[in-house]
Design a protein around this ligand. Structure first.
Ligand SMILES: C[S@@+](CC[C@H](N)C(=O)[O-])C[C@H]1O[C@@H](n2cnc3c(N)ncnc32)[C@H](O)[C@@H]1O
Length: 331
């Protein structure tokens, strides 16, 4: 039953977020159903059903007949808060929920359903403004949280300059520069994405330490030099084995001797039976890409050694967008 009604919980969360319920309740002593119905401009019956459902799945609590945000809703579902996660919820609701509605088609045809491969070359080959706004806002939500955990498990105090390959909104760079005051970083991404990153970096007050480098890690013959650590977060799962090996070779060439590489991903276990976050993200790559999937730590370790890296190892942690990082060094 829990598996079959999983989407009821998701849609409860997504609709309450879209209606601004958590934003309305934040910083208040709570509201009654009647007050909330008036504030949201909806009827008493749907308001009561929605807040009851939200309370049942831990998003709201009831105190003296008034609904308040639970701690998790208040920290993650209120726009403007440091670890706001609403961008991810919105992207799932508007983009991935309809695409997953056609999952059987994706399985039968081995083609993505979130975009049409007859009309664009790959997932990121789009000027669709809604995609631009949604996708990187979602990644920013997810990656800010993930970067916080990565920073606690991967030692970068000996590194001076980080190249974030496919760095997206710059969430990792902002979070890592917060943690390591000596670190500089460069976000390499496609030109329209670099504009999004530049805004986020400016808003975070780190424009003096984080640069953007518009580029194409598939088409460009080489990556920018001058960095002693390269980060690949949620990049490898978008592409096929051959494409990933080509990206790793460019990373190797861009690093100086002694330079480090960090692959941050939701790693599938060696038996290919879980964990759910990584396995389901893998299936999401069927819906979203033509050749990507979530790989195991052993697969990355083997590719890194084949590329020439040494001291290859994997560290495990638990975060929204990664459960581990595969690390290695250029000899
Ligand atoms: C899944 S997102 C990950 C973003 C970021 N690393 C993070 O973890 O938040 C993949 C990123 O790769 C970028 N990307 C895709 N193809 C690229 C290419 N050929 N060259 C540069 N960046 C690319 C996308 O624009 C997007 O920002």
């Amino acid at each position: 039953m829990q598996l079959s009604i999983g989407f009821w919980s998701f849609k409860t969360l997504a609709s309450a977020y879209e209606l601004g319920l958590f934003a309305r309740l934040s910083g208040t002593d709570g509201h009654t159903v009647d007050e909330l119905a008036r504030m949201l401009g909806v009827g008493q019956r749907p308001a009561e059903l929605l807040v009851t459902a939200c309370a049942s799945i831990g998003l709201l609590e009831l105190r003296n007949g008034r609904y308040v945000n639970s701690a998790v809703a208040d920290e993650f579902l209120v726009p403007g808060k440091a670890y706001h996660f609403g961008g991810w919820v919105q992207m799932l609701d508007r983009r991935l929920y309809p695409a997953w509605g056609r999952l059987s088609e994706a399985v039968r045809t081995n083609r993505p359903t979130s975009w049409n491969p007859d009309e664009q070359a790959h997932l990121f080959d789009s000027e669709d403004p809604e995609l631009l706004a949604l996708f990187w806002e979602a990644m920013h939500s997810l990656s800010t949280l993930t970067a916080r955990e990565l920073a606690a498990h991967v030692e970068l105090s000996g590194s001076a300059a980080l190249l974030d390959v496919g760095g997206g909104s710059g969430a990792y760079d902002i979070e890592l520069c917060r943690r390591y005051p000596h670190l500089r970083a460069t976000v390499l991404d496609l030109p329209p994405v670099c504009e999004i990153a530049a805004e986020k970096i400016k808003a975070a007050g780190h424009a003096d330490r984080i640069a953007v480098a518009p580029g194409d890690f598939l088409a460009d013959p080489e990556l920018p030099a001058g960095h002693d650590v390269v980060l690949l977060s949620m990049i490898m799962h978008d592409w096929s084995d051959e494409q990933d090996l080509a990206i790793l070779r460019k990373c190797f060439a861009a690093l100086p001797p002694g330079g480090q590489i960090v692959i941050s991903e939701l790693l599938v276990d060696e038996e290919k039976a879980g964990p759910p976050a990584a396995a389901l993200m893998g299936l999401n790559m069927l819906v979203e890409t033509t050749g990507g999937r979530n790989y195991t730590a052993a697969e990355y370790e083997q590719w890194l050694r084949a590329t020439g890296f040494v001291d290859v190892r994997t560290v495990s942690f638990e975060a929204a967008g990664a459960n581990g990082a595969v690390l290695a060094r250029k000899p």
